[in-house]
Design a protein around this ligand. Structure first.
Ligand code: PGA
Length: 228
């Protein structure tokens, strides 16, 4: 079971350090825990990963960080293809695949996000699958250190997660593309995490807003630990 926290543009370095100290007070007991703080809060710790990175060692890419900056903190884990980067930062599939392949070649663990907007969901599961296929173009879905995160755009930050049926059906479809772990993300909360991780082909969760409170996140890990 995998439980990951995406802080997005929340928390400073000192707040992240405090959070991490508090988090480390519990045993993870076989649950893989990952933490994605903002770039300014990256720190050397096995569970920390980057929310984004440019596909280059270093160079003239204003505002970006690359391999050299990640290496300083021994970061070996990166989130790629998050819907906020696809839609707000206008990252194309070509660029996302470039990032994937660069960090794959560097042996990083890659949390790779896919997910459809509401207008596609409304058209039904076949349209959803077609859309998701377009988001995996150029990406090796059998890469050994790949973790896929299915995050429907309409469920992110809205407080409305996908229904258990929708999650089940979509994860089953994604399972046809990959044998790697598949996380669900999108309004995962303390009161729905258990029923979500019990669904077949759900290997964990990627949590945004609800992860910002360390006690809530600790509780979520505890629930994942109790899963057989
Ligand atoms: P949310 O975000 O839990 O706030 O919906 C999830 C994500 O974007 O990873």
């Amino acid at each position: 079971m995998i439980v990951a926290a995406n802080f997005k543009m929340h928390k400073t370095r000192s707040q992240t350090q405090e959070y991490l100290n508090e988090l480390k007070k519990i045993k993870f007991n076989g649950v893989k825990v990952a933490l994605f703080p903002p770039a300014s809060a990256l720190m050397e710790d096995k569970i920390v990963g980057a929310q984004n990175a440019y596909p280059a060692i270093n160079g003239a890419y204003t505002g970006e960080i690359g391999l050299e900056q990640l290496n300083e903190f021994n970061i070996k884990r990166v989130l790629i293809g998050h819907s906020e980067r696809r839609h707000i930062l206008n990252e194309s599939q070509k660029f996302i695949a470039e990032k994937f392949n660069f960090y794959k070649n560097q042996g990083f663990e890659i949390f790779y996000c896919i997910g459809e907007p509401l207008e596609i969901r409304k058209k039904g599961i076949e349209a959803v699958v077609e859309y998701l296929k377009s988001q995996i173009e150029g990406v090796d879905l059998e890469y050994e250190k790949l973790i896929v995160a299915y995050e429907p755009v309409w469920a992110i930050g809205t407080g409305v997660s996908a229904s258990l049926e929708e999650i089940k059906e979509t994860h089953k479809e994604i399972r046809n593309f990959t044998s790697k772990p598949i996380l669900y993300g999108g309004s995962v909360k303390l009161n729905n995490i258990k029923e979500i991780i019990e669904i077949e082909n759900v290997d964990g969760v990627l949590v945004g807003s609800a992860s910002l409170d360390v006690n809530t996140f600790k509780e979520m890990i505890k629930i994942a630990k109790d899963m057989k």
